[in-house]
Write a protein that binds this ligand. Structure first.
Ligand code: ADP
Length: 629
């Protein structure tokens, strides 16, 4: 097995440069993984940590199931091919390829066999007696690959191996490396800044930016379902078009209003994954559409906008039209100059200054939150939006009448919007809805869309393909449901216990009584949580000595305890009953939290709480909300 697993990997260089932050991936045996991103985003550093050429600041690295953080590069069963392949000029191709085997004292027959086999795979058998300078760039790159192949590694690491080659040779070598991967049937990890290389070679791609992984997905999913605006803009040429818009839902129509006030009306059906509050006609969003998903309409219509062609690029097989949103173009007061690229067939006869009518293929419209730049229509939504009716002291959800929980007794009769996390939709037979759409997410995982009514759809996943029209039964973990109606102010039960906190160091006697040691704690009012060595290392790697002065939000588990030491100081705000469960509402510092007291039998006033050490402590830097541990 040649799985490569990165668990919360960080790299901070001695000069303080944070090159890689919280990198997590499980690379499966025989995968071709590509790390892609702009220069300086941490791709090479990650690869070099896998190779063992760079220390890992924090986190665990497993190759073939073994923890290899402290294993020497030569013992990691990997082979690396660099951009600068540095062949020995005085040696023949044969000797260059054989070099690593010779220094390992592999016997001569075995060396011959392996070099010939590698040369055959790479199609360089007839050049084995040549010197590198007698070969072309592409051939030399093949020799470099040959040096890696003869070592028979579990994992191939390739760092921009093609960037020294010209465009034509690069395209050729791209397909050769893909074929090589198939032939060798082993794990490849490939670094490039070129998204075309990434898209054509990777079985999965890791898109990175400024040390952070943005998205890990198949080329098709990255292209069609980018997680944020950065990925959307980075993948695909020409680049995706972006517009500032608002969306207004009116019945089954959604009107998209562009900055220049032009409007495009589309069916609500295209926006069912979207949180309804984005469809209020006021909230700004970024709409993304690729040049190949815009078509030219014959005439103006409800679902078209106008633009004026400013430039035309004929590429032979297709043509690119550059245009500007047109509404105000003919008047003096052009509000926006949003430039659009449209891909049209080579036969297109439009001229510069022509007014064109653009229609967007609604299946490929992307929407991003204007501030966070995250998609608001994720491929596999983590929550759904349903409608809940409160009537005569009862609540009606999915056509079932249920008792109204005590906590909502003050609700007036009416209809409320609720948010249901995907994880709260569980097997059961309490509710039943009809499946309206099914989409494959990955092997053995299907996204199932259930229709509550024409305005609300519930998303869940299934390991088997479900046919549209089928009735699906399920339960909802109602304590996880969030009442998104702001005015009624109904609080959901928060499952994460959080408070403001800080980090402290304390000199303590060692457990064995021999001298003292420095111990690090996360601290909340009155109580301390001892950090593990790994957590301490990570805290220092990321925050340095600022960890003692920065403000943090600590998240942790709590439990009800009998003893009186290390108790978390809190204010009791009363008991909160929710369906079959009871919670004690408490304030720690400035934050409100809930302690599940369903099975607690004693007097509520006597409740003492402390850390639940089975639930780890997490810490977020309050200034930038980055998860530190
Ligand atoms: P990429 O491969 O994506 O171009 P790198 O992994 O080489 O990026 O670099 C990531 C970041 O780490 C960059 O900001 C770079 O300047 C920094 N960096 C790389 N190597 C070192 C080093 N040896 N010392 C300090 N900073 C470094």
């Amino acid at each position: 097995m040649s799985d490569v697993v990165l668990n919360h990997i960080y790299k901070v260089y001695p000069n303080g440069a944070k090159a890689v932050s919280d990198f997590n991936i499980h690379i499966k045996d025989k995968e071709f993984i590509v790390f892609v991103g702009p220069s300086g985003c941490g791709k090479s550093t990650t690869l070099r940590m896998i190779a063992g050429l760079e220390d890992i600041t924090a986190g665990d690295l497993f190759i073939g199931g073994n923890l290899v953080n402290d294993v020497q590069p030569k013992d990691r069963d990997i082979a690396m091919v660099f951009q600068n392949y540095a062949l020995y000029p005085h040696m023949t191709v044969f000797d260059n390829i054989a070099f690593s085997l010779k220094i390992k004292h592999v016997n001569k027959d075995e060396i011959n066999r392996r070099v010939l086999e590698a040369a055959k795979i790479l199609g360089i058998e007839e050049y084995l007696q040549r010197k590198p300078k007698e070969m072309s760039g592409g051939q030399r790159q093949r020799v470099a690959l040959g040096r890696a192949i003869v070592r028979n590694p579990k994992v191939f690491l390739l760092d921009e191996p093609l960037s020294n080659l010209d465009a034509k040779l690069r395209a050729q070598m791209r397909s050769e490396i893909t074929k090589l991967h198939k032939k060798l049937a082993t794990t490849f990890i490939y670094v490039t800044h070129d998204q075309v290389e990434a898209m054509t070679m990777g079985t999965r791609i890791v898109v990175m930016k400024a040390g952070f992984v943005q998205q890990i997905d198949t080329p098709t999913n990255l292209y069609n379902y980018p997680i944020n605006k950065f990925v959307a803009g980075f993948i695909g040429t020409p680049q995706m078009n972006f517009f500032n818009v608002t969306l207004n839902k009116d019945g089954q129509n959604v009107t998209i209003e562009f900055e220049d006030k032009q409007q495009m009306v589309l069916d609500f059906e295209n926006f069912i994954k979207c949180n309804p509050h984005y469809l209020d006609g006021k909230t700004y969003l970024t709409l993304g559409i690729r040049p190949d998903n815009i078509v030219l309409a014959e005439r103006k219509g409800k679902s078209t906008i106008e633009a004026v062609i400013s430039n035309i690029e004929k590429l032979g097989n297709e043509t690119l039209l550059y245009a500007d949103l047109a509404d105000k173009v003919n008047t003096e007061e052009s509000v926006t100059n949003a430039s659009i690229i449209i891909k049209v067939p080579a036969s297109d006869t439009h001229q510069v200054n022509d007014v064109i009518h653009l229609k967007f293929n609604p299946d490929f419209i992307q929407l991003f939150d204007a501030e966070t730049e995250f998609t608001v229509m994720p491929f596999n939504p983590s929550k759904s939006f349903a409608s809940l009716k409160v009537e005569g002291g009862k609540m009606v959800l999915f056509n079932k009448t249920l008792p109204l929980p005590e906590a909502f007794s003050s609700l007036k009769d009416g209809t409320y919007e609720i948010e249901i996390p995907a994880s709260s939709i569980v097997d059961g037979d309490e509710f039943s809805l009809t499946c309206s759409k099914v989409q494959k997410v990955e092997d053995d995982l299907y996204l199932v869309c259930l229709e509550q009514d024409k305005d609300h759809y519930i998303f869940t996943t299934s390991p088997v393909e479900v046919k549209p029209g089928t009735k699906i039964s399920f339960d909802v973990a109602l304590e996880d449901v969030i009442f998104s109606d702001k005015e009624t102010g109904i609080e959901p039960i928060s499952h994460t216990f959080a408070s403001d906190g800080k980090f402290v160091k304390v000199k303590e006697a060692k457990k064995d009584g021999r001298g003292k040691e420095v111990v690090f704690y996360g601290e909340v009012p009155n109580a301390r949580y001892r950090l593990s060595d790994v957590a301490t290392k990570r805290l220092f790697a990321i925050e340095g000595r600022n960890c003692f002065t920065n403000p943090y939000r600590l998240e942790y588990g709590v439990k009800i305890v009998e003893d009186s030491s290390n108790l978390i100081e809190h204010e009791k705000l009363g008991v909160y009953k929710y369906l079959k469960k009871s919670y004690l509402k408490v304030k720690v510092g400035d934050m409100i939290n809930y302690v599940d007291i369903t099975s607690y039998k004693g007097n509520v006033d006597d409740i003492k709480i402390s850390f639940d050490h089975d639930a780890h402590l997490s810490a977020y830097n309050k200034a930038n909300n980055v998860k530190i541990i």
